[in-house]
Design a protein around this ligand. Structure first.
Ligand SMILES: [Zn+2]
Length: 249
């Protein structure tokens, strides 16, 4: 598909561009800062849509339409309790502004460039992709024990799962190149099946009858941790790019 010839439908005015609410930094996760003081009850106040993880790196978080799920390393999903804590989460109140339907069978490499073309490259973009997934390859981090290893080592414990012929949704963000380390530059998407039983951090997919909805974000609200682990973490950025590509795939 030629991204420049795809017709997106505008579904909302441009006054509702959202705010990204984020706790901590991807760089802190890379350095093994896996315990946060932030409870999900607070995260939920600031968004109904987004992704993250849990203290101890105990699985991936995905939120859509106000429902928050914990995706476990065996690939299963359970609802998030408000008193669970997170070392990293990014959410927004999602008000989609542009929509695109694609009936053809498309892969990750077909679809993501079309979204990137429609998005503002120097803003953040909330991205939702609903469809029938012929195949989704996901990865889910496994709970870590202290002393915590850096994310590039912890990611070695990740469980990969392949889900086939499942309706579901990819939820997440497209972040600008300059945001590498603050977030994951480029696409960061988590999958949740329509029946809310399986999901994970998306590595690859093939889907059909896809509806994409996107919304630009130009306000950031970041809560930096004040834990000793965060305050003492070495985050000089020298290897951030390589480490994120290795850990976030
Ligand atoms: Zn992820």
């Amino acid at each position: 598909m030629d991204a420049s010839k795809v017709a997106w439908r505008r579904i909302a005015g441009d006054t509702a561009s959202g705010e990204l609410y984020q706790t901590s930094l991807i760089t802190a996760l890379l350095q093994g800062v896996y315990d946060g003081e932030m409870e999900f009850v607070e995260v939920m106040r600031h968004g109904d849509f987004g992704l993250g993880t849990f203290n101890g790196l105990d699985g991936e978080m995905v939120a859509a339409e106000g429902e928050f799920y914990q995706l476990h390393s065996d690939g299963t999903a359970t609802p998030v309790r408000p008193d669970q804590k997170t070392p990293f989460a990014a959410v927004t109140h999602f008000v989609p502004q542009q929509e695109l339907r694609v009936t053809a069978t498309v892969s990750r490499n077909d679809l993501l460039p079309i979204i990137a073309w429609a998005a503002q490259k120097n803003l953040f973009t909330a991205v939702q992709i609903e469809g029938l997934f012929q195949e989704v390859r996901t990865r889910t981090v496994a709970k870590q024990t202290r002393p915590y290893p850096p994310l590039t080592e912890a990611a070695g414990d990740d469980a990969e799962n392949i889900v086939r012929l499942t309706k579901g949704t990819l939820v997440g963000f497209l972040s600008p190149d300059y945001a590498q380390g603050f977030q994951v530059a480029g696409f960061h998407l988590h999958f949740l099946s329509e029946d809310k039983t399986v999901g994970g951090h998306m590595l690859d997919f093939i889907a059909q009858d896809v509806t994409i909805r996107i919304s630009p974000i130009h306000r950031l609200h970041v809560e930096l941790p004040t834990s000793v682990a965060f305050l003492n973490a070495e985050m000089n950025g020298s290897d951030v790019n390589r480490a994120i590509q290795q850990a976030e795939g």
